[in-house]
Design a protein around this ligand. Structure first.
Ligand SMILES: Nc1ncnc2c1ncn2[C@@H]1O[C@H](COP(=O)(O)OP(=O)(O)OP(=O)(O)O)[C@@H](O)[C@H]1O
Length: 233
């Protein structure tokens, strides 16, 4: 595993969840999580289908509100925020790579990345192109997304999540369905985002991917726990 850059001692963790809990109406599914993740670090969350991985991402991404516990993003206690301030914090501080990516297939790669800022794409052309270049996509910045491979699209989605320099990047199974080389390229893009200062948390079913992260966690029936080196053997 690559060690993350040392966090600034004065900075709070990018994410600090303490007793974070959520239960769907009717009690169909629940999540309970304690988690601390510093800027520059990558964490993996593994767990079987239905164990609560997407629900956890939605909680950390301020899409769902917890029923109990505390969630701090870069030191801001999110439970105390108004709905408008939660939205603002999410837009400013969190980048999300959804499982279905949600790319605009009628735009090219850099336009999709620039779209993170809003409809005035040309204003953000340089930063979008530079970031795609940093993520190994320099040859494809002008390619229509409809003509990109699955792994290339995944990297455009990572760039879109990262371009506003969020505190936290959440990625839902970013390497699923990719061959090992392509998965490594996507993981390399997320590692680049961590080196640029984001905390990255990804959900994966692939233990090789989880093994390349700095922290490993497992969700079992909604309860998150850290996987120790001992347990990994
Ligand atoms: N909107 C919802 N309303 C009620 N229950 C839900 C809702 N969404 C998910 N659940 C339940 O919550 C539990 C956790 O679901 P979640 O989608 O978070 O799991 P997951 O680990 O992401 O699964 P998968 O790997 O299959 O995507 C499941 O029992 C699921 O049926």
């Amino acid at each position: 595993m690559n060690p993350p850059p040392p966090p600034d001692a004065a900075s709070p963790p990018a994410v600090l969840a303490e007793g974070l809990a959520f239960t769907y109406a009717g009690g169909a599914g629940r999540v309970h999580a304690d988690l601390a993740l510093d800027a520059g670090a990558m964490a993996a969350v593994e767990g079987p289908s239905g164990s609560g991985k997407s629900t956890l991402l939605a909680l950390l991404g301020l899409i769902l509100s917890p029923s109990a516990g505390s969630l701090r993003i870069a030191g801001t206690e999110t439970g105390a925020l108004s709905p408008a301030d939660r939205d603002l914090l999410r837009r400013r501080s969190i980048g999300i790579v959804l499982q279905d990516l949600g790319l605009l297939t009628f735009l090219n790669a850099w336009e999709n990345v620039a779209a993170a800022f809003g409809p005035r794409l040309a204003r953000h052309r340089a930063v979008a192109r530079d970031l795609l270049g940093d993520l190994g996509m320099e040859q494809l910045v002008d390619a229509p997304v409809s003509e990109l491979s699955g792994g290339q699209r995944q990297r455009v989605a990572v760039a879109r999540a990262a371009v506003k320099e969020p505190v936290l990047i959440l990625a839902d199974e970013p390497t699923s369905g990719l061959d090992p080389d392509t998965a490594a390229a996507v993981l390399g893009s997320l590692r680049s985002c961590a080196r640029r200062g984001a905390a990255v948390l990804l959900v994966t079913h692939d233990s090789a991917v989880a093994g390349r992260c700095d922290q490993r966690h497992v969700l079992d029936a909604g309860v998150l726990s850290a996987v120790s080196e001992e347990k990994l053997g």
